[in-house]
Design a protein around this ligand. Structure first.
Ligand code: AMP
Length: 545
């Protein structure tokens, strides 16, 4: 029963409790078993990494990175204690502690942005220079600030450099005096930003590079499971700490059989855990070359421009930022418009088209049913070719239970050698929810044997019996204090025990123990060795759950 307590789990997080945790364990164990049969090995990366790793892998402009990460500065010293007092007085006269808001931007070279009283933006740099991309980021940030707070002046930027700033930086500042000020603080130690992982693919790729796994026989097949963290608005099936089970195949070639086998593996896993209403959607999103996806995106963009007025604000913005994402729209009134847009399958280059056709053949060969969905896209450039998503009963299409695809450019983007890659992530919370909704929840965890003991001799015998029975794999409840038999049997019942072993001093001295089958109310007498044999053979003849 829920009671209001002084401390509560933070919104968007929750305790997983028995008996539900038995279902979680069963799902985890099934993943270990199934993935093992496909030759995958488990990787357990840390749950926090450099913020920049996620920024590079997922993309700074995505919601996940721009506003959903749990980040904090690591090492170094704080901005306010390091900044020269003189500067503090000049710029932060009305500096108010309570007003401070820290905003982390997670792009390469741009380590930390601090917004101070809405007037000054402090940006720290480890290096002595910044590039055009960084400037564009900053401009973008100022623009989004203005959108969010239209009544306020966008904050001035203060760029703090530990090294003598480069000529480029100096010139840039001089040309934009109203917007940017440069400060050189020798020995200034910037803090590295670290984040709780919002997903694990980036970590797996980092580990692949860091441990020189390209020297191993290729491809390297890894899977992981564990908590991920996103500062999302909590709602059903959406948490701030949630769990994923995922796998990645890195290195080797991009044979369509690899894509098909990865998909076959997830489908086998879903089948094994008993997920119902499983539906696999696939698509190919081509690759990032002039004769393939970019040409399609241009066509799509042109087509979108023509219907722009009929689209909602989000889609209108995406025409500029990421036209493919318009296809993701779930808005009712946009569906008919989207149905008329050009489709990527008609614009794939010859190689990607052949790859897609082969993946479909390979899936058929494996008896994996799929539905083609031309609107299934990924917003990032390094995603390519095979893209897939899996939905299940009780989970609507906005909430897929699994998403995956090929990402051949990712390892290279993170500083490794050119490497092929494909993987998927299963939302374990949603998987569990779907299993529960279709009646596959875990049964309450009862006990095999409750030992109802009375008397000092009986207690010694009960302790030994408990040890022997537990060693033989039975779950045993041994009450720590003596209870009257009536009370003990009541407890045994409440705990869902199958048997009560009745041990009084008489039973012990006679060497004849009474076992009561609680559901039926029948009793049998046994010697201790007979009892163990009886329980073992009873268990062996139980139907397997
Ligand atoms: P993504 O990494 O966003 O492609 O997500 C992969 C899977 O993780 C999704 O299909 C969801 O099932 C699950 N997932 C993502 N975000 C959350 C969340 N906040 N809460 C629960 N599950 C999530």
């Amino acid at each position: 029963m829920a009671t209001k307590s002084k401390f509560q789990a933070i919104r968007g997080t929750r305790d997983l409790l028995p008996p539900e945790t038995a279902l979680w364990n069963h799902v985890d164990q099934t993943a270990h078993a199934v993935f093992g049969t496909f030759g995958f090995g488990e990787i357990r990366p840390p749950i926090f990494e450099e913020t920049e790793l996620f920024g590079s892998a997922i993309g700074a402009e995505t919601d996940i990175i721009s506003k959903e990460m749990f980040s904090w500065p690591e090492g170094g010293t704080s901005v306010e204690s390091e900044l020269p007092k003189v500067w503090m007085l000049k710029h932060l006269g009305e500096f108010e502690t309570a007003n401070r808001e820290y905003v982390f931007e997670n792009r390469q070279q741009l380590d930390l942005v601090v917004r101070q009283s809405d007037q000054t933006l402090v940006v720290e740099f480890k290096r002595r220079t910044i590039n055009q991309a960084t400037i564009d980021d900053i401009r973008q940030y100022r623009r989004s600030f203005s959108e969010r707070f239209p009544e306020q002046k966008p904050p001035k930027l203060l760029l703090v450099f530990a090294e003598e700033p480069s000529e480029f930086v100096r010139k840039l500042a001089a040309a934009n005096e109203a917007e940017i000020e440069v400060l050189h603080v020798p020995g200034y130690e910037t803090r590295e930003s670290v984040s709780l992982r919002p997903e694990a693919t980036a970590s797996v790729c980092r580990a692949y590079i860091e441990h020189g796994m390209q020297q191993l026989p290729q491809p390297v097949k890894l899977y992981y499971m564990g908590p991920m963290f996103r500062r999302e608005r909590p709602q059903k099936g959406r948490y701030r700490q949630f769990y994923q089970i995922g796998a990645e195949v890195l290195g080797g070639n991009d044979a369509p059989a690899i894509d098909a086998e990865v998909i076959e593996m997830v489908m086998t896993f879903f089948d094994r855990v008993g997920l119902s209403g499983v539906e696999l959607n696939i698509n190919s999103i081509g690759h990032n070359a002039p004769d393939c996806r970019p040409a399609y995106v241009q066509k799509l963009k042109a087509a979108l421009e023509l219907v722009k007025d009929k689209l909602g604000a989000d889609s209108q913005r995406r025409i500029e930022t990421n036209p493919l994402r318009v296809l993701d729209s779930k808005l009712d009134h946009e569906q008919a418009i989207i149905a008329t847009l050009p489709r990527i399958a008609d614009h794939l280059c010859a190689e990607c088209a052949a790859h897609y056709a082969a993946v479909k053949r390979q899936l058929e060969l494996r008896g994996v049913f799929f539905k083609e969905n031309w609107r299934l896209v990924r917003g990032l450039d390094y995603y390519m070719r095979t893209t897939f998503e899996i939905t299940a009963k009780g989970i609507d299409s906005q909430n897929a239970v699994c998403g995956g695809g090929r990402y051949d450019g990712l390892v290279e983007l993170l500083g490794g050698p050119p490497t092929k890659g494909i993987g998927f992530a299963i939302g374990e919370d949603r998987l569990i929810l779907s299993l529960q909704e279709s009646g596959k929840g875990a049964a309450p965890q009862g006990r095999d044997v409750y030992i109802a003991w009375m008397g000092e001799h009986a207690y010694a015998a009960a302790v030994h019996a408990a040890k022997d029975l537990r060693n033989a794999g039975f779950s045993v409840e041994l009450p720590p204090t003596e209870l009257k038999f009536g009370k003990a049997l009541e407890r045994a019942d409440k705990l869902g025990s199958r048997y009560a072993l009745i041990l009084g001093d008489n039973e012990v001295s006679e060497g004849s123990w009474t076992l009561k089958t609680l559901a039926e109310g029948t009793q049998q007498k046994f010697t201790e060795p007979e009892l163990l044999e009886f329980l073992k053979s009873a268990k062996a003849s139980e139907p397997r759950s």
